[in-house]
Design a binder for this molecule. Structure first.
Ligand SMILES: [Zn+2]
Length: 310
């Protein structure tokens, strides 16, 4: 067979590929960051989002307990403060929580100092309840030109906001020494394009049978399985754990577990394993130097044909 991934990670215990069902537990932070002045008036949409921490989360934890899995949840600091019982339940069951901003703010829309303020405010929230996240995912994946430097400064070991490879790779910074492991996402395994339908957010994906999403994610998984890659979902409890869609996750778990050689694990465990492989020389990662561009590209210093002046 023609191999499509040239540098697969040697996964532990002879596993052919790794899989992680990662969740972004955004809850109702999304309406307040989108509507900072009148978010309180969007009662129905708030209920749609609160379904995540209130109804989906206990369902997800029950499913993982049934199948003997621990997984990773990226949770904004504000959600940690608002839903303490849910956070306690996640941690008590042995799952991992990663940094996901304070109020789901867009880091690439802020100054470096403002970004650092919100980043550290979330860290302080996690500190108050006694854990230090090992990993980070930028809200909306809006990783800025400075985000990597903040991660290095805070000792965050891995990021999962970027999409530059099929397998983990290292991020190095132009501005400060240090490295962060990127555990990349695949937009095809994000649930917004499948399920997000909200008039108030202006995102109205056509509502389809969950079996279509199952087919997509199964094909994505099979490709990773054949090539020694990494299957990683970016899901949101208010979307992907509603009743019929929760059955999609159950079907995927059963499909993966039936293979017998799929490592279904947390992002933190993937980070630890990959770093150990790099340290003992059994695997060498690709490296990306960030930011890719330190300013708008110079070609635009001159007006291009067809470009409006000014
Ligand atoms: Zn999010």
């Amino acid at each position: 067979m023609l191999t499509l991934i040239d540098n697969p990670v040697p996964w532990p215990n002879g596993a052919r590929c790794a899989a992680a069902f990662t969740w972004d537990l955004d809850g109702d932070s999304l309406i307040h960051i989108a509507r900072p002045r009148d978010g309180d008036t969007y009662v129905s949409t708030t209920s749609y989002l609160r379904y995540g921490p209130e109804v989906s989360l206990p369902r997800i934890l029950k499913i993982y307990a049934h199948y003997g899995l621990t997984q990773t949840f990226f949770v904004p600091g504000w959600i940690v403060e608002r839903y303490p019982a849910q956070i306690e339940a996640i941690l008590a069951a042995g799952h991992e929580i990663g940094h996901h901003g304070y109020l789901h703010e867009s880091y690439n829309q802020q100054t470096k100092d403002d970004e650092l303020y919100w980043f550290e405010r979330a860290l302080a929230t996690y500190d108050r309840i006694g854990f230090r996240p090992k990993g980070f995912r930028a809200p909306l994946n809006e990783f800025s030109r400075h985000t990597l430097d903040h991660l290095i400064g805070a000792g965050i070991e891995y990021d999962s906001s970027l999409m530059g490879d099929d397998v983990p790779y290292l991020l190095t910074s132009r501005a400060r020494p240090g490295e962060v492991l990127e555990i990349p996402q695949n937009m095809a395994c994000d649930d917004y394009p499948q399920y997000m339908h909200s008039w108030d957010f202006g995102i109205e994906m056509p509502i389809q049978p969950p079996s279509k999403a199952l087919q997509l994610w199964t094909e994505e998984f099979e490709a990773q399985y054949e090539n020694g890659g990494l299957w990683l979902s970016t899901w949101h409890p208010f979307l992907s754990a509603r009743t019929a869609r929760a059955k999609v996750m159950i079907a995927l778990i059963e499909h993966m577990q039936a293979k017998g050689d799929v490592w279904i694990t947390t992002m933190g465990a993937i980070n630890d394993h990959v770093r150990a492989c790099i340290a003992d020389g059994s695997w060498a990662p690709r490296r990306d130097l960030l930011p890719y561009d330190i300013s708008p590209i110079p070609e635009f210093a001159r007006t291009m044909p067809g470009q409006p002046k000014g």
